[in-house]
Design a protein around this ligand. Sequence first.
Ligand code: E4P
Length: 215
Amino acid sequence: MKFFLDTGNIEEIKRITRLGLVDGVTTNPSLIAKEGRLFKDVIKEIVAIVPGPVSAEVIGLTAEEMLKEAYEIAEWAPNVVIKLPMTEDGLEACYELTKKGIKTNVTLVFSAAQGLMAAKAGATYISPFVGRLDDIGVDGMKLIKDLKTILTNYGLTSEIIAASIRNIAHVEQAAIAGAHIATIPGSLLPSLWKHPLTDNGIERFLKDWEKVPQV
Ligand code: E4P
């Protein structure tokens, strides 16, 4: 499973990149807004650190507006991916960009049917939002499983990014379900390698080590 960082924060990206855990980055307008900097500056800094795919989201609502933004963003770096909303216009823009060889990430996907539409329009990546479905009492992980089955059934090549990840179980379950990628908030990722028994174990080993004769 590939790990993307779901953040616009440069310090988080640098920290986790040092561990070799960052295969790519996803951003969205809310994450960019947190940084208080120009969108273009944030994305350009990220692509200089991470060689993998970096998703940058358009804000236009019509296909024409989305494409105008997309062509500009695509100029910023070869590894930039255009993030498009799951709407009729988003699908039109996705199909158009795919024809031109520009990579896309169709976001805000909340049903398997939407995921299938994105795959048919040629999306490079599809982002089903697990946590936001769980928030409204719908099983978000079922969407990942269903979408994985559908893509496999028809040999569709879009990659599933399990998005809106809230906890360790989401990452584990998405991996079991066969999501190609999990995009994880920088604040959550450290909890994937931490365990209280690991910390206790280190403490006990160090205490016992004090009893070992030293030269
Ligand atoms: C996906 O690419 C989105 O940026 C993200 O996962 C949204 O997560 P949220 O529901 O925590 O805002």
